[in-house]
Design a protein around this ligand. Structure first.
Ligand SMILES: NC(=O)c1ccc[n+]([C@@H]2O[C@H](COP(=O)([O-])OP(=O)(O)OC[C@H]3O[C@@H](n4cnc5c(N)ncnc54)[C@H](OP(=O)(O)O)[C@@H]3O)[C@@H](O)[C@H]2O)c1
Length: 330
């Protein structure tokens, strides 16, 4: 049997974890990184799997590194996994990469109502597009205050009973899931990932904006009233996604009530082996453009459909002003 060849695009928090598990499952892995990261990637990565009560250090090395579409064209890849954030899908690099990809399955993990269209616009054929949803948490460790890691690296956690779903053409989807599972990565085939991604995102993005405005603590956001603003905006975002995709699952509608969200967080907190608010601040500061873009997309799609979006628009405007002021301070 020939060895599976996988190209993982982006060697950030998510890319390293997926790539490491493809390799553990027996695939030959190439990391596609910006030229400025080549030396860093070639040196290999430290990963830390967070278990309930301990941290398991894992060295990730022995993969190839590519930085240009020409290098990609020189190898026949079976699967190409896009792990960059949604705004990074824009720009000429992606059509160039896709043109160099031959018949490889393209796996897109990006959130947002427009992510699929962005990938298709770059020249990907529907018949080889597999969409995946990321249910793991990964971050550049240590977070402020964390002392449990001997050296900086990428920490990750697989929430129990939440395998990452993949959907798309049957054989190609099954091959992606099998390759990851062979490496111990919890993955499953799903009929569709759009609703499973879009509704939770519609709840999360407004709440994240509220959290950022409230100083990145749930208490701060509740005290300042931004949590309630976030809940109103979340209900409007759910209505927008509902207009596009149909009825949301019950759990999603319940989470748009701040009391239920806070109670859920309170129950979940002891089970999550990382400082959640500090992770949220670090991660969603890093992908802040993506959050803003998703809020703007709810506003635009809601307006086009004649739905109320005043709470969403107000939140997006306040967030932009808040970030502008923070940039001026720094
Ligand atoms: N981390 C999590 O826990 C988590 C959980 C759920 C969903 N997600 C989603 O997963 C996506 C990625 O998140 P992440 O945490 O992995 O972000 P990240 O750590 O910033 O990783 C993304 C990487 O892709 C690189 N990149 C961007 N454009 C590129 C290009 N044209 N060619 C090669 N590399 C490129 C970035 O480089 P630069 O930094 O130089 O731009 C960065 O190293 C986001 O959509 C995020 O919302 C993440």
């Amino acid at each position: 049997m020939t060895q599976l060849r996988v190209l993982v695009v982006g060697a950030g928090a998510v890319g390293q974890v997926y790539a490491h598990h493809f390799q553990r499952g027996g695939a030959a892995v190439t990391m596609f990184v910006r030229a400025k990261y080549r030396a860093e990637a070639e040196a290999g990565f430290e990963l830390y799997r967070l278990r309930r009560r301990r941290v398991e250090a894992q060295r990730f090395e022995g993969f190839a590194v590519a930085t240009t579409a020409a290098e990609v064209a020189a190898t026949r890849f079976d699967q190409i996994v896009l792990t960059v954030a949604t705004p990074a899908l824009r720009g000429p690099w992606l059509p160039e990469l896709i043109a160099a990809a031959g018949d490889a399955t393209i796996v897109s993990l990006q959130p947002g109502l427009d992510a699929r269209a962005l990938v298709l616009a770059a020249g990907v054929d529907e018949a080889r597009l597999v969409r995946g949803l990321i249910s793991l948490i990964s971050y550049h460790a240590p977070l402020p205050g964390e002392t449990r890691f001997p050296t900086p690296g990428m920490a990750y956690w697989f929430p129990p009973m939440a395998p990452c779903p993949f959907a798309g053409p049957r054989e190609r989807t099954a091959a992606v899931v099998a390759a990851l599972r062979a490496g111990g990565f919890p993955a499953k085939v799903a009929k569709d990932t759009s609703a499973a991604e879009a509704f939770p995102s519609a709840v999360m993005m407004p709440y994240l904006a509220a959290l950022e405005l409230g100083g990145w603590t749930v208490k701060g956001a509740a005290r300042s009233g931004t949590l309630a603003d976030g809940a109103r905006a979340a209900r409007q975002a759910i209505a927008v996604v509902r207009h596009v995709l149909g009825r949301p699952p019950l759990g999603v509608r319940l989470l748009a009530r701040p009391r239920i969200l806070r109670a859920g967080l309170w129950c979940a907190r002891p089970l999550i082996p990382l400082p959640l608010e500090i992770y949220l601040e670090a991660h969603f500061t890093k992908v802040g453009d993506q959050t803003a873009e998703m809020l703007d997309a709810y506003v635009a799609k809601g307006r086009a459909a004649g739905l109320p979006v005043d709470a969403l628009a107000a939140l997006a405007t306040r967030l932009a002003a808040h970030r502008g002021a923070a940039r001026q301070r720094n």
